[in-house]
Design a protein around this ligand. Sequence first.
Ligand code: ADP
Ligand code: MG
Length: 375
Amino acid sequence: MAQRVPAADAGARRTSRVRVAVRLRPCLDREEDRTEGPCVRGLDSQNLEITNWRNATETVKYHFDAFHDERTTQQGVFLSSVKPVLPHVLGGQNASVFAYGPTGAGKTHTMLGSPDHPGVIPRAVREVFSQVRTRGGEPEGWDYSVAMSYLEIYNEKVLDLLSPSAQDLPIREDKDHNILIPGLTQTLLQSFSDFDRHFIPASLNRTTASTKLNQRSSRSHAVLLIKVVRTQRAPPHRRQTGKLYLVDLAGSEDNRRTGNQGIRLKESGAINLSLFTLSKVVDALNGGAGGRVPYRDSKLTRLLQDSLGGSAHAVMITNIAPEYSYYFDTFSALNFAAKSKLIVNKPFVRETLTVPVPQVKRAREGPEAERPRKR
Ligand code: ADP
Ligand code: MG
């Protein structure tokens, strides 16, 4: 058995950790709400508990960097989990914010939201422009420019959502280890309304129209890149680039369970590869003992390589739903996200289950007995 390493020590030395937040959406199924009640419950701003599938008298308690309960507003999520990374982007560092979780748990609501309840993406872009305006007037004198790119990773192909020609674009790395995509459309933005004008049609293209496209939206990763370049007005005219990735990930549900065939099965495999690799990358960054971070094993992680770990600021918002119909997907999403977990009320006799499990020994690597079985 591998030696347990306190998570904070192992991760912090080499690279920055990925901050992990969990957001529980409200119950949408009135009927189920009345009959069964939720299977997940928030405890405080960092902890939640979920019914133990094996024994209803027990709960499993999880700890995160932040827990946003079902009453948390869009503004609340933005202020606590996203706004703090924006000054770093204006200062020439990279950041990424991604929404993880099963289809229907609230990823798109969190990232995009609606006109009445705008999500992280419009709020972050507005805030970037607001900070650019403030800093543009500062005496040290940097000029800022803001540009956007918008792409989709579908079936391990990189597709430009701002340009109609749907070709698989290559991902490259320059000598300074910056990741770039030659040929990807970059649109300069002067203001938030510029952003709206380009982003809304592109995102509608992706998510509406037909059932097929809806399936596609739950099977592809939508990646918005906001690039902030600042140039010193006085000599030597230093130039710095900060990148902010805002990612609505594919659904984390286990597609093998739904009996997909042929092309759909291939899609599931590809999605699982990217999400599976993402989980390994986050694990490695957050304290997995030594070893390489497997960025190159999928398109998604390769693309995020310079904005996830290293000096970058990364935030994962795991979205979960309270209904029992989501139970197994919620359980596996929490096991991906959790810093630690604890069985409470009536502990199992096995020693490994009676103590908080450090990040490096989380449930999905733990004893079989703990894992919910999918039928
Ligand atoms: P996903 O993108 O993960 O598949 P959605 O964001 O589409 O999930 O959310 C599924 C449904 O739940 C949508 O109708 C959405 O409006 C609603 N929803 C999600 N999160 C919330 C929330 N925090 N408050 C209210 N409604 C929500
Ligand atoms: Mg969605």
